[in-house]
Design a protein around this ligand. Sequence first.
Ligand code: ARG
Length: 572
Amino acid sequence: MDLERLLTDRLTPAFTAVAGGPVDPVVRRSPRADFQSDAALALARRLGRPPREIAQAVLDRAVLDDVCAAAEVSGPGFVNLTIDDGALAGMVAALAADDRLGVPVTADPETVVVDYSGPNVAKEMHVGHLRSTVIGDAAVRLLGWLGHRVVRVNHLGDWGTPFGMLIAHLVDLGEAEAAQELSIGDLDGFYRAARSKFDADPAFQVRARQRVVALQGGDPETRRLWRLLVEQSQRYFLTVYRLLDVTLTEDDFRGESAYNDRLGAVVGDLDRLGLLTDSAGATCAFPPGFTGRDGAPLPLIVRKGDGGYGYPATDLAALRLRTGELGATRLLYVVGLPQRQHFAMVFAVAGQAGWLRPPARAEHLGFGSVLGPDGRMLRSRAGGSVKLVDLLTEAVARATALARTKNPALDEADAAEIGRAVGIGAIKYADLATDRTRDYVLDWERMLALDGNTAPYLQYAYARTRSVSRRAGTKVGPDARIVLTAPAERALAFELLGFATVVHEVARTAEFHQLAGYLHRLATRFSAFYERCPVLRADGELRASRLLLTDLTGRTLRQGLHLLGIRTVERM
Ligand code: ARG
């Protein structure tokens, strides 16, 4: 049981009785006691009574004896609560006996669609896709662990006019040659070559346009060539996912082309609902509340002047399928902030059409950019965008080298395993540990540092808990009695009890930096505990208790990191 919740449950009826109406006691951790409530201060004005008197009246009514060693009024009218050591120990013991570390499966599971990664066929994955992939993966893991039915959707960009030039270029190169180029992951090279031919050669342009028509018309040969491009790209993306250690699989690709057959019906229905207007040749929806800088209503173009459907129509079709056919009540879109308006308008139109209505809701989980050391958008030395694989390879190489210098006795296989876990973990953690909506600077030194709010620090803390357990020799069962005496020990216990609250909060907000911050705090508390409280040198009951605390910390760190998609290693 989470202590803040428990104390809130105990104080609420007392406050409510004293105030004559519902009051949130706002219980917080406090350096003065263990917990503090300042609700009496806010109530004083409303009730016209001195805050200390209110606080005392609350304490007279609240049932706290079984949890608190002391409950008193302090300062201008705070309620200070000190938890009883025995009660605290009992709660920690319950946590240790629970496989789920005090985090229950949700009482109301729902179907959640997570739309993430979404790279584009025959285009390199860049750092923006890194962010989407890493954040989306964490959402999938966390919500799945809580018992929700999670549907992973990789909204691959596999449709649209660029495929005309890509297919024409493929034909020029010859299939074997093209497959070769794509399979080594030179996606940008392929795309650029097609683009420059298209820009320079009118005859190529004609062939490209014919291919667009043939593709949309379902011409079998053109479709086959298109599929070749899609499959080669998918194969390549899967190698990146494997390297990145995310749960996305082959079955999760549901590209834009998958909605192709539904676009006509979607636009037809919007039209019947009276939601469409012709504007400058295009068919548009004008959802209320969206205006441009000049104050004129903003269009969401569902059908272009040339009759083609685009990105917005596809997203409307996808949304309707997700709420309608998949029965999802929560839709998460992990896509960069530049697409904020696109999603806001898509959601608004879907709402007007009745495809998105409570309890179903959609959230755009936007994110900021990854910046280079110069504080500008991250660029490669040649000035282009940075290839995601290059970034990951570099991270693993750096982390492996670091592991070797720290521990020259490591054998090849261990160094490789640690290098991979730490390198990839560091990249992912640096991303997840910053507020999603902010830009951040990719700083190798900082993200690979063994201290600070980094993956290696947490992985190291975990490995240390494992090494303590190994050295203890005896295995301590989860039924060992917990004895809490030292302040560092109590502080660790409080932190361990806070895991459930953070997990549930992050499931609601998708603010993964809160979970990262929690794990960092936990590791820091463990460090302090380990420094001040002898574990292996303690005796009898105390030794068993401290070993159990160490083990519980390790399990919590591992589970928390696992939810973020970050591996742990048993030794570092
Ligand atoms: N392919 C898009 C891009 O690279 C991302 C797709 C996001 N998902 C969606 N349903 N629109 O920007």
